[in-house]
Design a protein around this ligand. Sequence first.
Ligand code: SAM
Length: 260
Amino acid sequence: MTHQARKRFGQHFLTDQNILAELLGEMRPKPTDRVLEIGPGLGALTAWLLKALPHLHVVEIDRDLAQRLRTGPWKDKLTIHEVDVLKFDFSQLDAPLRVVGNLPYNISSPILFALLDHADRVQDQHFMLQKEVIDRMVAKPKEAAYGRLSVMLQAYYDMEHLFDVPPECFDPPPRVMSAIVRMVPKAAQERQAIEHRTFAKVVSAAFSQRRKMLRNTWAGVVPSDVAHAAGVELTCRAEEIAPEQFLAVARALASTPAAG
Ligand code: SAM
């Protein structure tokens, strides 16, 4: 039975086997790994993962696709979580967890932010995304793509853009270029030192108007003495400030009485 791709679920199914082989070559799953695939769809990546793994967890929102997997050739090797990944409780799976998927592009940023809360339990993440999003994830200060997503994710992960995937590798082809990224959570000590709430607030405010000076965007959020104590000039713009500098400001702010 053929499956009609559902736009609302961002369904673009990978058909190019070379891309899948290359992704598996980068990920190198071992039989003892605990792996979760987000959005298995028709199982293109699932089939490759199951060549290396005796068992796999999958999260799929589409009822028809979940049913196919339940009755398909790999049914005994899969634990199928038929649920919206944004509502999925990642903590129900034992750590360390390896997460992989050709993500639904319409909700890729919310998925990345949801996983931030579970970085402690994750070994690594390999994701196919729009290339434009991966460019933003790995961008450096002063580059056009550098923004809130770059700062927030670079504080928590080491990330590497592995390779690009052109539209013709999918059915139906997406309108944009895709790429694959590897994300490895930074050492626990480094991540746990982050004042997450304050950090998120400082970064959001700074990039609310990226061309404006921090003096304006941080008004009412970061007092000037706190910015100075962290070594950040208020005449700079957000796009000039490195993730470590944002972290220093968040630390200084969180340790200021009545702020943070
Ligand atoms: N892995 C398959 C492949 O590479 O051919 C399918 C990838 S397709 C881009 C995205 C998959 O994620 C689809 O199977 C879609 O149904 C599923 N999906 C979309 N939104 C989802 C959500 N909120 N939660 C879980 N799965 C979702």
